[in-house]
Design a binder for this molecule. Sequence first.
Ligand code: URA
Length: 189
Amino acid sequence: MKTTAREKELHRLIMGIRRCRKCPLHRHRTHAVPGEGPVQANILFVGEAPGKDEDKQGRPFVGHSGQFLDRLMDGVGITRSSLYTTSSVKCRPPKNRTPHAKELEMCRKAWLDRQISLIDPKLIVLLGKVPLRQMLGKKENLSNLHGQTFKKDGRTFLVTYHPAAAMRFPKIKDKIRQDLKKVAQFSNS
Ligand code: URA
């Protein structure tokens, strides 16, 4: 498919996500947060769920953890505008609870899988336990898995921490920085 056709298709997906009522999470949202970035992005970042600021603005990673992620990316030479950024679920769960397994499956099948096939990224970066479980079915501790890449269904995934965890714990900040250096090498290769 040509880039313009892919852009149109991505736009259609985004409009579908904004109107989505497939799971109960839509009842609590102000705005759904489909994701942002170019359709030709080589790298796709998957977070957990929109937070308060993202829900207000309808844009991914615009709150504190997003700004923190931006600084980490800057530090290793990754430009946010060249990536596609989205989350496991597109609507903010009530009281910021962890998305339920059914919501994760629903949102993946309805939207995330389609975003992935359309963007066709060379690398998918999973930020935290929620996308790790959703995309790779793994429930293990991140301390054992972060920085590793996994192949599934012809896709390559790199596992790291969610920036909110790295904001709280300096040791995790070092680990996520090391992992993002790998992402930077990948994006320059
Ligand atoms: N955390 C996420 O996982 N996604 C966002 O958009 C913001 C915070």
